[in-house]
Design a protein around this ligand. Structure first.
Ligand code: MN
Length: 734
């Protein structure tokens, strides 16, 4: 059927191609001629698409297929491969015409059908304002992209053309599509290095979402255009002369940075257009990498570089493949101007990003695939996290994405000189998790360029980072507040979740055993065969954890197996004869603790954990020594004391003022006057120091300080004050 249709359109000699098709061919063969069979393949796709969309119109009144031609043209400008161009011509066939994916596969190829299918599926994903839906859809999109990145490249071109022609839609719809492009497509294009598409998208978004600012800016820019053209000539004339003399073949172009980025600078720096200097850039394009450095030297010999603005992305490419030398120099009349120097190939990659890989090499070759893999490494990492982790909430997921999408990168080195790429603002902890999750989990600090830095300090490009680990170190939720990478975040969350589960199992076990003893069914319980299965739990552990976490009550579980105990309860047994009699007897001074509402109790505090007011605590009834109060988290209570019925609830009673001993472990970088500063800090709070010892190991100092404090609040204040002093890495309660 389709074949018959096609015959009418197939042209035997190229001379009669329609102009729009010929244009696509011309664009594709700028740097490399395309073979006859490829040409026929694309022509077939063109004819098929045109016939399939026959009679359909766009909102603008044009034939629908003109949109498909435009999408293919955008991709042809990027010199993408024939299959991608053909898929672009057919990208709406399945969605909008009667043809199925099978038809496309039979008529063309599996590869092409796969691309068209991918784009169709992507188009089904709608991003609406509700964050939940958006996250789910973003996830779907990333998973489909991981399969063949060309799917998203076609989708970008599709979206770009739709953005270009938005004016035919109602205003509300225009804004919705613009916002969706801003939130989803532009950042993703940025991350994949497709700057040209990204900046055109951003300019179009800007025009729709900020129409007035956009018009104003246009006016200001066209006023300055002439000035800049003259200025650049003045700037480049001497440089060009010297380049010619040295035999360096180079071309240069200059232009305003994108409207949207200028607008952002004006807004962020709160400056008028005239005062934002970083709006105009010169790009010098050379043939060979060596020439980049020669040109850089020339430019610097005429104009003074601004040191901190110099970036060599040739030596250290960005993760998305971007390579270029960037330098900002003080030009004539003291005007700072940015100069980018790169080769032709680097320029392509900088403009087209991941798409550049379908331009130069034959598709399917091993090296190309490796390159692509490297380019989309970030994407694959993210997809890995999505697949392995049980779904974090959508909110968290969007946060992960935003972090990785919008942040720029820094390059830091391992002690062996390996480069790691991390987002801007990354901390030693991000670095540690990037090396290995176990390194992250046990990380207590890091030596950055030989100096010890705290976990939450910010790394900068060029830092050499050596991680210090300790087996006793464990992640805590405060880490989530400062780590930047999704890898670190998801690992910390996973660890905390696992920890919570362990605690629930531990507590659940206690509750269950206590209850079994109470109803005297411990033995019977042991002989039951897999009781968790009866209750439809996945495992024994999960059942017990559900008791510990409070999702199920122990009674609701045991009723199922011992109904008599609960339907006809026996008279209440003494929970603990011992505890009862003790409670009646001991009514002495409480030392600030109240026990189950009773105040007069003989109290001592566990030497193992030294609880202080404000800590969650638990009491343990001792023979003859009253009640020992421990922290709820104290290992001694958890492990050594078998008789759980001797444990009772206790609370801090606010009335009594008393001092408590606390042991603090201070980790710091060795420096002059460290001991003096630490002691002065403590004394400033009117806190007594009981004991102080310092141990120096290399350039790390471990200090053990025992102080007398009034409670948790005072201790917390002291801790943060200590942490703020120079060289102090961590302050932990022991
Ligand atoms: Mn489309």
């Amino acid at each position: 059927m389709a074949a018959a249709l096609l015959d009418r359109f197939l042209s035997s000699d190229g001379s009669s191609y329609p102009a729009d098709f010929q244009n696509i061919l011309n664009l594709m063969s700028v740097s490399k001629s395309i073979g006859t069979s490829s040409e026929e393949f694309i022509w077939k796709a063109y004819s098929f698409g045109k016939e399939a969309h026959k009679g359909q119109l766009r909102k603008s009144g044009e034939p629908y297929f003109s949109h498909c031609i435009e999408v293919a043209t955008i991709l042809a400008e990027m010199e993408l491969d024939p299959v991608t161009i053909s898929a672009a011509l057919l990208h709406d066939v399945i969605e909008d015409t009667g043809y199925t994916n099978k038809d496309v596969e039979q008529e063309f190829s599996e590869e092409l059908a796969h691309l068209v299918d991918g784009v169709t599926k992507l188009s089904d994903i709608k991003f609406r304002s509700e964050e939940d839906k958006q996250a789910v859809n973003f996830r779907k999109m990333l998973l489909s992209v991981a399969d063949d990145i060309r799917v998203i490249i076609i989708k970008f071109a599709d979206r770009l053309h739709n953005m270009r022609t938005l004016e035919h839609l109602p205003a509300v719809k225009q804004r919705r599509i613009a916002r969706e492009t801003r939130d989803v497509y532009a950042p993703l294009a940025h991350r994949l290095g497709m700057y040209r598409i990204k900046s055109e998208m951003e300019d179009l978004i800007f025009k729709i979402l900020e129409p007035k600012a956009s018009r104003d800016l246009d006016r200001l820019m066209s006023k300055r255009q002439v000035f800049f053209e003259k200025y650049i000539q003045k700037f480049m004339d001497p440089v060009k002369t010297r380049m010619d003399a040295s035999g360096i073949e180079a071309t240069y172009k200059s232009r305003f940075k994108s409207r949207y980025s200028i607008f952002r600078k004006m807004r962020d720096q709160n400056r008028p257009f005239e005062d934002v200097y970083d709006i105009y850039a010169i790009r010098v394009i050379v043939k060979q990498v060596e020439d980049c450095y020669s040109v850089l030297g020339l430019v610097h010999s005429f104009y003074k570089p601004i040191q901190e603005r110099f970036k060599d992305f040739i030596a250290q490419p960005k993760a998305n493949g971007y390579q270029s030398i960037q330098t900002t120099v003080v030009g004539p009349d003291g005007l700072p101007i940015e100069v980018q120097v790169r080769t032709i190939e680097m320029d392509r990659t900088a403009e087209e990003g991941v798409a550049a890989h379908w331009q130069y090499k034959e598709r399917g070759s091993k090296t190309t695939q490796d390159d692509i893999d490297q380019q989309v490494n970030w994407l694959r990492n993210l997809v890995d996290i999505l697949q392995t982790e049980d779904t974090t909430t959508s909110h968290q997921f969007m946060d992960l994405l935003k972090i990785d999408l919008y942040k720029d990168e820094i390059f830091v080195y391992t002690p062996k000189g390996e480069v790691r790429i991390l987002p801007l603002g990354a901390t030693p902890l991000d670095f540690a998790f990037d090396v290995h999750s176990q390194v992250g989990i046990h990380c207590i600090g890091a030596k950055v360029n030989g100096r010890i830095k705290p976990l939450n300090s910010n790394l900068v490009s060029g830092d050499k980072v050596e991680i210090i680990t300790s087996d006793s170190q464990k992640p805590n939720s405060s880490w989530l507040k400062f780590v930047k990478t999704s890898k670190a975040k998801s690992n910390i969350r996973k660890w905390i979740k696992g920890q919570e589960f362990e605690q629930s199992v531990h507590l659940g076990k206690e509750i269950l055993e206590k209850e079994l003893r109470k109803i005297s069914k411990a033995k019977e319980w042991k002989h039951l065969k897999d009781p968790y299965m009866t209750l439809k739990f996945e495992s024994e552990e999960k059942m017990i954890a559900s008791i510990g976490s409070g999702h199920r009550t122990v009674t609701s579980i045991l009723t199922k197996f011992f109904p008599d105990e609960y339907l006809n309860p026996k008279p209440e047994k003494t929970e603990s004869q011992f505890a009862e009699s003790f409670l009646k007897r001991a009514r002495r001074n409480t030392k600030g603790v109240s026990i189950q509402g009773i105040d007069n109790m003989m109290i001592s505090f566990g030497k193992c954990c030294n609880p202080i007011p404000g800590d969650p605590i638990i009491g343990f009834i001792t023979r003859g020594r009253g009640i020992t109060v421990h922290q709820k988290t104290c290992d001694t209570v958890g492990s050594n004391l078998v008789e759980k019925e001797r444990i009772i609830d206790v609370d801090w009673s606010a009335a009594k003022a008393q001092k408590f001993l606390v042991r603090l472990k201070v980790l710091a970088q060795e420096r002059k006057h460290l001991v003096r500063d630490v002691t002065e800090t403590i004394s400033a709070y009117d806190i007594n120091i009981d004991t102080l010892s310092m141990k120096v190991d290399g350039d790390v100092v471990t200090g053990l300080v025992i102080v007398e404090v009034e409670g948790v609040k005072q201790l917390d204040r002291l801790k943060s004050k200590l942490l703020a002093s120079d060289g102090v890495i961590s302050v932990e309660r022991e």
